[in-house]
Write a protein that binds this ligand. Structure first.
Ligand code: F6P
Length: 424
């Protein structure tokens, strides 16, 4: 389902030279003996997921869809990026589906929060608060404001029926609050970290509310598991990608630019940036994950990529079949001079832009390119791709002997902020 092409990556090492290390790291991952092993629950989750909870998610999603105009998803980082990535990739940006989904709890921007509060005033609303730790300040701050708004509008009892909490199964501030308030609760497994949690209730509830088939998402993961269940670098494209990144970094490429030609995949890139950045960026190591959306960003970032500092390589996500397409019309007067495209599909134009850019960046700019091709923007393709990236980041991080599953560096800003805010 995913094709990996490295012929334009200018690799100057052999994959075979990495085979022993990859086999060793694969063993570490699969036998749960590597660094961060207590956070590898995602590996088997597409098969071992909680079936009873899955049924409750479908049931809650149906109730939410029938009860509101706006569904608020309150979370940050791994507790929101995955859901947003899937919903935008699959439904597109102007899906005109009910309910409208608005993401909150991911910013301290007072203007943003105030505008959303104002926007929902005369609308029917449900809310899903999502936090594994239960203490993330951006999420907790927004949740209190929106909870009070819902309680003022519906009364405490009815508001409680409209609020759904996704958090730790046993402990934490949000867990205690949800228990006391009587919210319906969904669990984030102890052994799955935030950036891997799109395949749990964290992602599944909002995705189901968006009318997307969550079973197909897990099916995509299961297919990827089966295809990638080998350490053999000739057969496992996720591990080849993991190794290619290491080779490129050895050649001085310290930034990876994820490229897509589909506007609705911008949030997939944001999700990928957290997955790769938080997993690998440790102890002065790692490749800086960046992203662009072409051809849009060719008109802003194209110059640098073509001609600037040779610090980066591109990882291009190609989508074989667009969700929708249209034929470019002829015009009798042809005042805009665009008749040369009459009768062509717009997706064909997009694909030609992709080909032309690839040639320019590779042949003239000497920018290494890794190509990842997915068949379409379906939820199953997302599931497959997500699992592909999970395996790839675990491997590529083990190859530099780091723990892919923690994020100690994020705590530094929090400590300073809490001191400034006067938190005990
Ligand atoms: O789900 P939580 O605990 O609110 O965390 C949200 C995000 O914040 C981080 O913990 C970083 O602070 C991420 O790893 C995580 O995805």
């Amino acid at each position: 389902m995913i094709k990996l092409e490295t012929k334009n990556a200018f690799l100057n090492e052999n994959f075979a030279d990495y085979q022993d290390s990859v086999t060793h790291c694969h063993e570490l991952l699969m036998t749960k003996k590597g660094k961060g092993n207590d956070y590898t629950g995602w590996v088997e989750w597409p098969f071992d997921y909680d079936k009873e909870e899955f049924a409750r998610i479908l049931d809650a999603a149906e109730r939410i869809r029938n009860n509101c105009d706006v569904f608020l998803v309150c979370g940050i980082g791994g507790s929101y990026l995955g859901a947003r990535a899937v919903i935008e990739m699959v439904n597109g940006l102007y899906a005109q589906k009910k309910p409208e989904i608005i993401f909150i709890g991911n910013t301290f921007s007072s203007t943003y929060i105030a505008q959303v509060l104002d926007y929902i005033k005369n609308k029917e609303v449900c809310l899903n608060v999502i936090s594994k730790s239960g203490t993330t300040t951006e999420t907790a701050l927004a949740f209190r404001l929106f909870k009070q708004a819902l309680e003022a509008k519906y009364g405490v009892e009815e508001a409680a029926k409209r609020i759904f909490a996704t958090t730790d199964r046993n402990r934490g501030t949000l867990k205690s609050l949800a228990d006391k308030a009587g919210y319906e609760e969904f669990a984030i497994p102890d052994d799955i970290g935030g950036r891997f949690s799109v395949i749990t209730a964290v992602g599944l509830l909002p995705i189901a509310v968006a009318g997307i088939d969550i079973n197909a998402l897990l099916e995509g993961c299961r297919k990827a598991y089966k295809d990638l269940d080998t350490a053999d670098l000739d057969k496992n494209p996720a591990y080849r990608y993991a190794v290619a990144r290491r080779m490129l970094q050895n050649q001085g490429k310290n930034a990876e630019m994820l490229v897509s030609y589909e506007t609705q995949m911008s949030m997939v890139a944001e999700w990928w940036k957290q997955l790769f950045g938080e997993s690998e960026g440790k102890n002065g190591k790692g490749i800086l994950p960046c992203s662009v959306n072409f051809s849009t960003d060719l008109h802003s970032m194209g110059q640098f990529i073509q001609d600037g500092n040779k610090v980066l390589f591109e990882t291009l996500i190609k989508v074989e079949k667009p969700t929708l397409d249209l034929t470019f019309p002829a015009d009798e007067e042809n005042l805009d001079g665009m008749n040369y495209l009459a009768g062509k599909s717009v997706d064909w134009v997009n694909k030609m832009a992709c080909q032309g850019t690839l040639e320019a960046h590779v042949e003239t700019g000497h920018v290494p390119n890794i190509e990842i091709t997915i068949p379409d923007m379906s939820v199953e393709s997302f599931g497959y791709m997500a699992y592909f990236f999970f395996r790839a980041i675990a491997m590529t991080t083990y190859l530099i002997d780091e723990n892919p599953f923690d994020q100690p560096g994020v705590e530094v800003y929090k400590k300073n902020m809490f001191r400034l805010l006067g938190k005990n």
